[in-house]
Every structure is written in structure tokens, then in C-alpha cells.
Design a protein around this ligand. Structure first.
Ligand code: C2O
Ligand code: CU
Ligand code: CU
Length: 484
């Protein structure tokens, strides 16, 4: 059904240009052959199915939705009722599905007890739609509304979350996924399953632990919740058929936790990341997805029919005390159906060309994650400055810059730049392989990472920060002014 719809959409689109969108990052190639039917059954995603936002606009190129932020009492941890912060009364918020080049209009209402905004993580949209309070827009007061309205230029998996008191608001449930389909993508990659990973601290009576508990050390460590959530569910189960390839589209929406996944006896074949498909697949036994980051991976379930396989969360050492004596945990389960095994069709060529950025004349920019403890207290910042001061970074439309991200602190930092994709450079300064577009990259303890970014024609104030949101809220954020 899905591929049928895509074919119709592709026919309707013809060669229409996407008005108002930045220049495309890749050229798509013609669609491949259709995939064999009969699997999956409609309920294969079981507990993991996420409600989708309802498009109220009859124009096929416009997706127009309503979204409301409000408190809701949900049953997350079995047997307990927890009051959480939600979009439309659910965690995660509704899945927003659009096609590349569509216009997305979101009529947003804030029914929370405090101000908020929505940031569209990874989307190359105008600065005025980026959801950063005080720069893109005024914060949306309780009881007020704001209309987000932009063209979605790139295919891939993205997500949305508040940018006011981000650690607390996102940590308490305000996050949701956006899938931007590319009608020309080949069929047969796998049965698609969006997976939004997060965690929460729910106590024995069902209450969320306070936003601000734990003091300085907890801020430095980054607050992780004890309850792991996949699409808002605790240890959910997914139906699988032996040999039927699945395509997991993962976003790490946790406020601090790194998700490293393992599925015994299996490998993950990563075909995409933050900015859509990558140039060639990468196979690995473990899959690391850092806060804010996305991974598009193929998994071919194998094992005895009727068996159940745990997908494990495996501790990842992101600095002092973060992996020591921590056990692995079950994140979700894959139940193998009794259907006869199938042989997955060969993996189609990934229809993605990513050109290395031309780095001739690129301007170097130094960005250091800092902790100034001279006063006896800690003060997180960028280049020694906590967020909110005079410090601005600068760039011009059309310019290419090479950022050296340095980390001299005892914990890793997931660096995230709003509004623009970058390419990660290897040690010799050329884009690392396979080529891919990213908006979030890990900067390990006592290490440097170089990224190259070219600014397309979207001037304005853009933010960058550490996506351990406890770090961000404690000052590890800065603004970049892109001038025309
Ligand atoms: Cu997920 Cu400032 O971003
Ligand atoms: Cu962002
Ligand atoms: Cu950090």
C-alpha cells in the first residue's frame, strides 16, 4: 500500500521544483523494483505503532496539522499512572509524515503551565521558524498559539522538541518524530519502523522525579532516567518474520542518555543518518545513537521461529562514571513469527550521491566545550562563555567554514548545529567515509572533531549547543549569526 501511494505521488510531482527550499543536497535516481507483498501483517509493529498527525489540508503538497502541548496522565510504566508533558496527550507526540518539498503548517497551541517553543531538529528551514526563543520567535505563553509554516527540503528522519527549558520539557515527554519521505527512494529497503528512544525517571508511585534534582554533579553527568522508552513503551514487542528485512528509523530523543544497541547474532546495516541516506551502507554489531542523532538501519531477523530476541541497551563509556558497573538492559523484544522464513531481496543501491564539500579557502573556527571552575563552582560554556552573553559566532551566506570542536572536559558532548548540515572530516582533513550529512556529532573526552559546513541562503541567528540538554541549559550553547 505504501509503495502504491509513493508511485502515485511520484507521478503527481512530475518535475516540479520545490519553491522556497534550499538547493537540494543530492540528486535522486529512478525508483527500483517493488518489494514482495504478504509480509508484514498489519499488526506487526504491535505496541510500537505511533499515532500519526492528521493532515487537514486537501492540497497534496501541503500538510497542515494542529498540535497542542499539554499535561496528560499516561500509563507508561506498567501499573502506574504518570503525569507527563505531551504533544496531543501522547508520548512521543504524533509522528509527522511529509514528503520532500512539501509545505508543513503546524497550528501550535500551548496549554502547558509555562512558556515553550517548538524546534524542528535537523530541518533546513528559515531562521524565523527554528523555534529558538528570543532569536527565532518570542516564546509561546501558556494559552497562546503560534503557526509554524515552512517547506521541508530534505528527505530523512527528523524530530521536534521544545527549546525553552529544554532539558526539563523534553525530559518530561515533549518530543516527536518527523519522517520526510522521498518518493523516488527504491522500494524493498525493508519494512519501515520509526523508533523514538528516550528515558524517564518514574518513581514507585508513578511520579516523575523533579526536573532539577541532583545538583552540580548530576548536571555534569547528564541526567538519565531509569525507565527506557521506545515509542513511549517500556520493553515493547515487535513481530518479525525470519529473513524479512526491517528498516528501523531511529531517533535518540533522550535528554542525556547515549543509546548503544545490540541484537545478539545480528548486525545492523546503517544506510542513513541525520541528513537522509548515506553514500554506502555500513555494517556493525553495535549501533551508537547519541542524543539528537538519527540512524536509519536495516536488520534481518534470524533465529528459531517462535523465539524471542532481546534488543539490548549496552552501556557506552561517554566519560567519567557513565559505564562503570552498569548492566546491559533489555530495550525491546523481537518475536519471530511461525511464518516460513523468507530470503531478503538483495539490498538496492543507495540512491544517494553526497559530494565532498570544497574546502579550498574555508575559514577555520575554534569551538571548545568549556567548564570554568575558577570560582569554585562549575560554569559550562562555549569558549569559556556561558550562553546569554555577548559572544556570537559569525558566517556569511555562501561561505564554507571548518569548525574544530574541542573537548577538554571529562564527559563527551554531542555537538548539534541548527539549520545546516555538516560533513565530518577525518584526521587528514578530508570528509570521512562514507560521505554523509550530519547535524549532530559526538565529541569524545579530551578529543577534537573537525566538521565542514557551507551556509546556504538562510541568513539569521542560528544556535549550536551540546545535546546533553543538562549541559545546554547550564550554559553550553551559543549563537551563530549568518549574514546575507
Ligand atoms: Cu535538538 Cu537545539 O536542538
Ligand atoms: Cu536542532
Ligand atoms: Cu555536553
Amino acid at each position: 500500500m505504501r509503495s502504491g501511494r509513493l508511485v502515485i505521488v511520484a507521478a503527481m510531482l512530475g518535475t516540479a521544483a520545490c519553491v522556497g527550499a534550499p538547493e537540494p543536497l543530492s540528486e535522486a535516481e529512478p525508483p527500483g523494483p517493488p518489494s514482495p507483498p504478504s509480509w508484514p501483517p498489519s499488526d506487526w509493529a504491535g505496541d510500537l505503532r505511533m499515532p500519526e498527525a492528521r493532515d487537514e489540508n486537501s492540497d497534496p503538497r501541503v500538510v497542515e496539522i494542529r498540535l497542542e502541548a499539554r499535561l496528560a496522565r499516561l500509563n507508561l510504566e506498567p501499573g502506574l499512572v504518570t503525569e507527563v508533558w505531551t504533544y496531543d496527550g501522547q508520548v512521543p507526540g504524533p509522528l509527522i509524515r511529509v514528503r520532500k518539498g512539501d509545505r508543513l503548517i503546524v497550528h501550535f497551541t500551548n496549554r502547558l503551565p509555562e512558556e515553550t517553543t517548538i524546534h524542528w531538529h535537523g530541518l533546513r528551514i528559515p531562521a524565523a521558524m527554528d523555534g529558538v526563543p528570543g532569536h527565532s520567535q518570542a516564546p509561546v505563553a501558556p494559552g497562546s498559539t503560534f503557526d509554524y509554516d515552512f517547506v521541508v527540503p530534505d528527505a530523512g528522519m527528523y524530530w521536534y522538541h521544545p527549546h525553552h527549558h529544554s532539558a526539563a520539557q523534553l525530559g518530561d515527554g515533549l518530543y516527536g518524530a518527523i519522517i520526510v519521505e522521498d518518493p523516488s527512494e527504491p522500494a524493498g529497503l525493508g519494512d519501515e519502523l520509526p523508533l523514538v528512544l528516550s528515558d524517564m525517571n518514574i518513581d514507585a508511585s508513578g511520579h516523575l522525579s523533579s526536573h532539577h534534582n541532583g545538583g552540580d554533579l548530576a548536571t555534569l553527568f547528564g541526567r538519565e532516567g531509569y525507565t527506557l522508552l521506545v515509542n513511549g513503551k517500556v520493553r515493547p514487542t515487535l513481530e518479525a518474520r525470519v529473513g524479512a528485512r526491517q528498516r528501523w528509523r531511529i531517533v535518540n530523543a533522550a535528554r542525556s542518555r547515549y543509546f548503544q544497541l545490540a541484537l545478539e547474532g545480528h548486525t545492523f546495516v546503517r544506510i542513513g543518518g541525520d541528513g537522509g541516506l548515506i553514500a554506502s551502507p555500513v555494517e556493525s554489531e553495535r549501533l551508537l545513537v547519541i542524543p539528537g542523532e538519527r540512524a536509519d538501519v536495516l536488520v534481518v531477523p534470524r533465529g528459531p521461529a517462535g523465539g524471542t530476541l532481546p534488543v539490548r541497551w549496552v552501556p557506552y563509556d561517554r566519560g567519567f562514571g557513565t559505564a562503570f558497573l552498569r548492566p546491559e538492559e533489555d530495550l525491546m523484544r523481537v518475536r519471530l513469527s511461525a511464518d516460513p522464513p523468507v530470503t531478503p531481496p538483495p539490498l538496492p543501491e543507495l540512491p544517494r550521491t553526497v559530494k565532498p564539500l570544497d574546502l579550498a579557502g574555508a575559514r577555520p573556527v575554534e569551538v571548545e566545550f568549556t567548564n570554568d571552575s575558577t570560582s569554585g563552582q562549575f560554569a559550562l560554556g562555549i569558549n569559556g562563555q556561558p550562553f546569554g552573553g555577548e559572544q556570537h559566532f559569525h558566517a556569511r551566506v555562501g561561505e564554507t567554514q571548518i569548525w574544530t570542536l574541542s573537548n577538554d572536559i571529562d564527559w563527551d558532548h554531542p555537538f548539534h548545529l541548527h539549520g545546516f548540515f555538516f560533513q565530518v572530516l577525518d584526521a587528514s582533513g578530508v570528509p570521512s567515509l562514507p560521505l554523509e550529512w550530519k547535524d549532530t556529532v559526538n565529541v569524545p573526552v579530551k578529543k577534537q572533531v573537525k566538521v565542514a559546513v557551507k551556509y546556504d541562503d538562510r541568513p539569521g541567528m542560528w544556535m549550536f549547543h551540546c545535546h546533553i540538554l543538562d549541559h545546554a541549559d547550564a550554559g553550553m550553547m551559543a549563537m551563530l549569526l549568518v549574514s546575507p
